[in-house]
Write a protein that binds this ligand. Structure first.
Ligand SMILES: Nc1ncnc2c1ncn2[C@@H]1O[C@H](COP(=O)(O)OP(=O)(O)OP(=O)(O)O)[C@@H](O)[C@H]1O
Length: 351
């Protein structure tokens, strides 16, 4: 186990800067997720950490040792990719043993270490099978066992769950999370799936165009996004354009007046998460941010209802509300019916 300190790391392909001088510190035992839209430089960053791509500049320090230009096999890093990359002609046992043999691990130690690694991912009973005789989820667990068998300082995972179907994906995700915590391996995982990122990451690193837009806990990125890009990328949200007026309130272009818990100077947008919207069938007696509108339409989302509400100035606000809350509020889902909404000032984030 070790911490990783990345500074000024950059990589250019031709004239295109894929990774643009990034700095990132990952603590020992931390689970960090790198996410962002397609092409933002996630894989290039991970491959530079693994040693498969040579950076143009910058530094990667692993446990105090500069590994920036070390070949992959000298880094003691465990890798798991999207496509498992198991050797098809080797048994599960031999697949996991491969990295140990290549590292010259003592012959007598190999069997117990392979067995340990396979038991951690619950596959001790399948050691003699070939990869094609396993399901996708099992193959990916072999890949994870193979990566941890070498007792890596760091585990790097590139979209490890994206080839699995939705249900299996959740299961392997939870297994991966608990295994990582149990072993305390410093882990960096790349994904473009924000639900996955939010549910397993201690910290998230959101990239765009080769740069880091924000580093923080899932709660930070969701509730305290650094900018519009972050707010828009993580979860669903309402944006209202406008500005802060002399009364210190935010006035939207459509005439909605909002009190926010913070007033960053020069803010031009208010962000409100759909679940922060409260609805009533009658106006609230008092309190900030009470607005009236009319129901535009609704969509059932499993156990919740997404409600689109038209505001008098032409803006539309989406709320996500439980059927029970709607019933208690006495709101009927009839188009054009009047509805009253309110938002706590702490849930109005000005950007
Ligand atoms: N060998 C290469 N030559 C030229 N351009 C490359 C090369 N590898 C990657 N790129 C470009 O660098 C950018 C970053 O690529 P990278 O694979 O790191 O993105 P990513 O964030 O992992 O994307 P995805 O989520 O689609 O996998 C992309 O625009 C890609 O087209």
């Amino acid at each position: 186990m070790a911490n990783i300190a990345i500074s000024g790391l950059n990589k250019t392909y031709g004239s295109f800067r894929a990774v643009d001088f990034i700095d990132l510190n990952v603590q020992e035992g931390e689970f960090v997720i790198v996410l962002g839209p397609s092409g933002c430089g996630k894989t290039t960053t991970l491959r530079m950490l693994a040693g498969f791509i040579e950076p143009d500049g910058g530094q990667v320090i692993l446990g105090g040792r500069d590994i920036t230009y070390e070949p992959p096999y000298r880094r003691n890093i465990g890798l798991v990719f999207q496509n498992y990359a198991l050797f098809p002609h080797l048994t599960i046992f031999e697949n996991v043993a491969f990295g140990l043999r290549r590292r010259g691990v003592n012959h007598s130690e190999i069997t117990p270490r392979v067995k340990d690694a396979l038991s951690l991912v619950d596959l001790s009973h399948l050691t003699d099978r070939l990869p094609r005789q396993l399901s996708g989820g099992q193959q990916q667990r072999v890949a994870i066992a193979r990566a941890i068998a070498i007792r890596p300082d760091v585990l790097l995972l590139d979209e490890p769950l994206s080839n699995l179907d939705a249900k299996l994906r959740l299961q392997v995700r939870d297994e991966l999370r608990s295994l990582q915590k149990r072993l305390g391996i410093t882990t960096i995982m790349v994904t473009h799936d924000q639900d996955e990122a939010m549910s397993v990451g201690d910290r998230l690193v959101l990239m765009r165009s080769g740069r880091i837009e924000q580093i923080g806990s899932p709660d930070d990125l969701y509730n305290r996004p650094a900018n519009r890009f972050v707010a828009d990328f993580i979860g669903r949200t309402n944006f209202l354009r406008g500005r802060i007026e002399k009364d210190q309130a935010f006035h939207s272009e459509g005439g909605i007046v909002l009190t926010s818990a913070s007033q960053p100077p020069g803010a031009t947008e208010a962000m409100i998460r759909p679940e922060a919207i409260r609805v009533r069938s009658v106006p609230e007696q008092s309190g900030p941010n009470a607005i009236s509108g009319t129901i535009h339409g609704h969509v059932f989302l499993g156990g919740l209802i997404e409600l689109a509400i038209d505001m008098p100035g032409g803006e539309r606000i989406t709320g996500v509300i439980s059927p029970r809350e709607l019933e208690e509020a006495g709101v009927k889902l009839i188009p054009n019916a009047p509805v009253y909404i309110s938002v706590a000032p702490k849930d109005v984030v000005l950007l």
